[in-house]
Design a protein around this ligand. Structure first.
Ligand code: BGC
Length: 521
């Protein structure tokens, strides 16, 4: 049987295998790779609102903050250097995720995770001991390299290890550890900001060593994936490992498919040009649009700058960090909801419900801020109820993101690509995500200064566009094995014109095309 797997009664492919303690352990450890990404997202915002940190490295921002409270609140943080500090990491991550794709392919997923941990560790140490702005930026570039390696290899590792029936939940495990990383960082910031002497920021930045060590040690104890072993010619070891991972003796169906898949991907000389073929148009579109839209929800304005934002709308440093802790907890809790519901309610439902929820909240927050701050950014006395309303709607917005575009922004791309383009397309998704994270981080403070409350309306506009996009163009992928995914495009009113019947879509056809030696254009 060429790359067939066996076909279950309902016509869909099914491999035997259980959710063994071994696979659960490896996936939990690997998913912790998301912690370094999350910790960093959570730490930067808090640190850049600590007065002692600003006074030392960004004195002009500090001075502006100390000036009379009647100055324009929208613009007090508008400093290109401060922005460069936050966003330099994302460019570094973008570059390294492309390099990591080669390391991951040639030397295994574990080595990329190990590099990720070590680079992140080095960056954390340089940041913790920083004496000059350049040290901060070099440190952040190293952190970025670390994240690029980790984000490239961890999701890949998870989907190769997970039994296909649990791939969705295990995939969202990665997003869950991102959100836990964010929350832990925000809690630590809250306490470190209180340290007398004002050196708490060193602990916040240096604390990144801990998640870095977790992924470094994790990568040393984890086994490599059977796919990676096969790619490197270790067929017998791979089969033994697959038996252990799946908890069954007969793994020959899946094993044969892995061997065929590996041959298939080796037959493609230029994965990047292959992606440009007409039949991959729907996949390429999604690989670009999903991460683009995920970032255009504006979530990272809240994640990076929540403390800054809360400060702007009238909270003191302490209260604003506390509010960030509240949004961080909502983020974790709502991610659990998506783990529970993603295979019951479907991806489209979550996307559309989350989009509507975010839209309403953005409109309310824009109206609240506009009403109090006006266009000149001078709020006067802010009543307590006002701050509570704004924080509440920001929390409802975060929940909407955390059960829709947050996890699905990573899950959906990873489940719709056929095997022969999966790794190249996934790199595009990661790169687009990093580019737009960078752009938003880079321009947010300037946008806040110039667009004022209208900033929230810009993101609201994009939420409308992305919801319409999902409604019209994204087929439901719930409950469909990855190897059968071709059918969702073939039966789609628009995408069917790009994909031809039988070109790809299940293991049997894939095996056939592998025998015929699919070549790039
Ligand atoms: C996004 C990040 C975001 C995080 C928030 C992730 O899925 O890629 O950009 O900061 O979710 O939880």
């Amino acid at each position: 049987m060429p790359a067939g797997g066996f076909v279950a009664g309902d016509g869909q492919k099914a491999y035997p295998g259980k959710l063994t303690p071994f696979v659960l352990f490896t996936c939990v450890v690997a998913a912790m790779g998301g912690l370094i990404f999350g910790y960093d997202i959570g730490i930067s915002g808090g640190v850049t609102s600590m007065p002692s940190f600003l006074r030392r490295f960004f004195p002009s921002v500090y001075r502006k903050q100390q000036e009379d409270a009647t100055t324009n609140q929208y613009c007090q943080y508008d400093s290109p250097k401060l922005t460069l500090f936050t966003s330099s990491l994302y460019l570094a991550a973008l570059i390294s995720s492309l390099v990591a794709s080669t390391v991951t392919r040639k030397f295994g997923r574990r080595l990329s995770m190990l590099f990720g941990g070590i680079l992140f560790c080095a960056g954390a140490l340089i940041n913790g001991f920083a004496k000059h702005v350049w040290m901060l930026i070099v440190g952040r570039i190293l952190l970025g390299f670390g994240i690029g390696f980790a984000n490239q290899s961890v999701p890949l590792y998870l989907s190769e290890m997970a039994p296909y029936k649990y791939r969705g939940a295990l995939n969202i495990g990665f997003q869950l550890s991102i959100t836990i990383g964010i929350l832990v960082a925000e809690v630590l910031n809250y306490f470190f900001a209180k340290i007398k002497g004002g050196w708490g920021w060193r602990l916040s930045l240096g604390g990144a060593v801990v998640p870095a060590l977790i992924i470094t040690l994790g990568s040393l104890v984890l086994p490599d994936t059977p796919n990676s072993m096969i790619e490197r010619g270790q067929h017998e070891e791979a089969k033994t490992k697959l038996r252990r991972i799946r908890g069954v003796d007969d793994v020959s169906q899946e094993f044969d498919d892995l061997v065929a898949a590996s041959k298939e991907s080796q037959s493609i000389e230029h994965p990047w040009t292959n992606l440009l073929r007409r039949k991959y148009r729907p996949h390429l579109t999604m690989a670009i649009m999903i991460p683009f839209f995920q970032q255009l929800t504006g979530i990272n304005v809240i994640m990076f700058y929540a403390p800054v934002l809360f400060n702007t709308i009238g909270f003191t440093t302490d209260a604003s960090l506390m509010s960030a802790v509240v949004t961080g907890s909502v983020n974790v809790a709502a991610t659990l909801v998506s783990i529970y519901g993603v295979d019951k309610w479907g991806r489209r439902f979550l996307f559309l419900e989350g989009g509507t929820q975010m839209l309403i909240c953005q409109a309310v927050v824009a109206a609240c801020i506009g009403a109090k701050f006006g266009v000149d950014g001078t709020p006067g006395e802010l009543p307590k109820w006002y701050a509570i309303v704004v924080v509440t709607f920001i929390c409802i917005y975060v929940a909407g993101f955390a059960w829709s575009w947050g996890p699905l922004g990573w899950l959906v791309p990873s489940e719709i690509f056929p095997l022969e383009i999966r790794s190249a397309a996934q790199s595009i998704t990661v790169s687009v995500n990093m580019i737009f994270t960078f752009i938003i981080a880079q321009i947010f403070l300037t946008m806040l200064c110039h667009l004022k409350f209208g900033l929230f309306l810009v993101f609201a506009f994009f939420v409308v566009v992305m919801s319409i996009f999902v409604y019209i163009f994204l087929p439901e992928t719930k409950g469909i094995p990855i190897e059968e995914m071709g059918q969702v495009w073939r039966s789609h009113w628009y995408w069917s014109r790009f994909v031809e019947d039988g070109e790809y879509g299940n293991g049997l056809e894939m095996g056939k095309s592998s025998n015929q030696g699919t070549k790039h254009v």
